[in-house]
Ligand binder design. Structure first.
Ligand code: PLP
Length: 415
């Protein structure tokens, strides 16, 4: 794809688009929620379907002209069913947060109770943070990870659930490096008569490939983002049993949204098609293998990891034990100037502010898409540590930056 037409009609916008392409080509994306979709997914997302209004669902639209919208949405639905095995799938949520909104709207009344993981322990804003609609409309109580082990405190969750009597328990996280025991949390939900929503936003691709336990058939609802490890068009997805299909569909449209973003749904269809190919399983396995290699090398270099390591695509570094005088933000900024992009993150038992927290989160989905293997990820761990050890040293930044240039040349991305 080129931006020739935009460059002719709108040089300012073209400069930003071309700048972003160059930025992605020339830096290492280690934001754990990010990935690089294929050119085919990008083409589909920039298709004429962006012009179409398809309020409703395939075969039951409110407007005419939806023949091909129906085709593409049905493809996305059928492929999602093949990938995850759900009875019912809704591919219309504009984002992962709106997928969660759809489930809450379908199953809860204002004032009902949500029990979810604390944000600073790895949860997500849409699970009921006071700054999010979910925290304003519903009553929210939070469970935590065990500070010493870094693992979900399942027994603590039992206790809070018994006390709080939630209407829904939310599992699935944004910054949790370990396998989630959905079956264990389902037992808690059953014991207190709550629904259970598994938000697999980060691990959609790992679940589809069978490298993480699946909540399908275990929990009542599964939501996800479609652009993270699953590497498809931008947006969200909801999966459930047939029993809740009508409630979910009505909550998404007309409950929470208007017309679906059909071009994004086209990107989902194409990306899901790619994920059904046998190579995707290799990709997902390599993503996890790379995260383990990254974790291993960071530990060898003396860094402290929340939970001691990883089972999935991300690691969470607690800088406090090894580098008490530096912060996540300082490290994030120094790394970005060296061409490595990741984010500062709170850690369980956070003692600083969320704006300048004590940790960094780093993921391997995007590096793995570029072709990085375990050895390259170990080298990236070394580069991270060089900067973390001396974030204000210009010579270090320059040396790491030169090596990043070589690596991005060695593992090219888009033409
Ligand atoms: C990323 C994420 C989401 C939200 O996805 P958006 O598409 O950014 O709205 C929801 N839940 C969890 C756990 C996430 O990590």
């Amino acid at each position: 794809m080129t931006y020739e037409t935009v460059r002719e009609t709108d040089p300012d916008a073209a400069a930003a688009l071309e700048g972003e392409r160059a930025r992605q080509n020339n830096t290492l994306a280690m934001i754990a929620s990010e990935n690089h979709v294929s050119e085919a997914v990008m083409e589909a997302q920039s298709s004429e379907l962006t012009n179409n209004y398809a309020e409703g669902y395939p075969g039951e639209r409110y407007y005419g002209g939806c023949e091909y919208a129906d085709d593409i949405e049905q493809l996305a639905i059928d492929r999602a069913k093949a990938l995850w095995g759900a009875e019912h799938v809704n591919v219309q949520p504009h984002s992962g947060s709106q997928a969660n909104m759809g489930v809450y709207l379908a199953m809860l009344d204002p004032g009902d109770k949500i029990l979810s993981l604390d944000l600073t322990h790895g949860g997500h804003l849409s699970h009921g943070h006071p700054a999010n609609f979910a925290g304003q409309v519903y009553e929210v109580e939070q469970y935590e990870v065990d500070i010493d082990s870094g693992y979900i405190d399942y027994e603590g969750l039992d206790d809070i659930a018994t006390e709080f009597e939630p209407d829904i328990i939310v599992s699935g996280y944004s910054a949790y490096p370990r396998e989630v025991d959905f079956g264990r949390i389902q037992e808690t939900a059953d014991a207190v008569g709550a629904y259970h929503l598994a938000d697999i936003a980060h691990i959609t691709g790992l679940v589809a490939a069978g490298v993480h336990e699946s909540p399908i058939g275990v929990t009542d609802f599964v939501t996800g983002s479609t652009h993270k490890t699953i590497r498809s068009g931008r947006g969200g997805i909801i999966m459930c049993d047939e029993e809740h299909a009508d409630a979910i569909d009505g909550a998404v449209f007309p409950g929470a949204q208007g017309g679906p973003a059909m071009h994004a749904i086209a990107g989902k269809a194409v990306g899901f098609g790619e994920a059904l190919q046998p190579e995707f399983e290799d990709y997902a396995e390599q993503t996890v293998g790379n995260a383990k290699a990254l974790a291993d090398q960071l530990r060898e270099n003396g860094l402290s990891l929340v939970s001691g390591g990883t089972d999935n695509h991300l690691v969470l570094v607690d800088l406090r034990p090894s580098h008490p005088d530096t912060t996540g933000k300082v490290v994030e900024e120094a790394l970005e100037s060296a061409g490595i992009v990741l984010n500062a993150n709170t850690v369980p038992g956070e003692t600083r502010s969320p704006f300048n927290p004590s940790g960094i989160r780093a993921g391997t989905p995007a590096l793995t898409t570029r072709g990085f293997g375990e050895e390259a990820c170990r080298e990236v761990a070394d580069l991270l540590c060089e900067v973390i050890d001396d974030p204000e040293n210009e010579a270090v930044i320059e040396r790491v930056s030169d090596r990043v240039d070589e690596l991005t040349d060695e593992y090219p991305l888009y033409d």
